[in-house]
Design a protein around this ligand. Sequence first.
Ligand code: UDP
Ligand code: MG
Length: 162
Amino acid sequence: MLQDQEAHAAEMERTFIAIKPDGVQRGLISEIVSRFERKGYKLVAIKLIVPSKEFAQKHYHDLKERPFFNGLCDFLSSGPVLAMVWEGEGVIKYGRKLIGATDPQKSEPGTIRGDFAVVVGRNIIHGSDGPETAKDEIALWFEPKELVSYTSNAEKWIYGVN
Ligand code: UDP
Ligand code: MG
């Protein structure tokens, strides 16, 4: 069944995904990017950066009372992070599904953490957990001009939109 163009546009959303320093150092960039790409999501921003500790604290501000907060922020700022924005219908929730549970011991095989990580402190990838966090995290990591809006030729095949 063909989807109406307007209905499709209304369902489009963006999420913030980051490969943490462990994922970058372990050579998992292409593996992870390809999982989002082949699913049918569209890459709208990407950059490799080493965040400062202050920046990491902003990113993880919700967790500042947790005992692992300091170590987590040290770790995120310890090396290159691949920051990305992915776009598509349902990408916030489904992106979390592709990533798997926070603790890799509980992530299903077939998920990114299930396939490539063993412990919670080195779970290789971050993904926004809802529409509000997605909006805030995209704004924290990217300037508006770094987000590239374009129509992918594959979209009509992925969504069945005319
Ligand atoms: N984390 C940790 N110990 C814990 C829980 C979380 O080191 O007991 C780290 C882990 O790297 C996780 C990050 O803190 O990815 C953020 O935690 P959150 O609960 O937001 O999990 P996520 O959204 O990344 O699945
Ligand atoms: Mg989280």
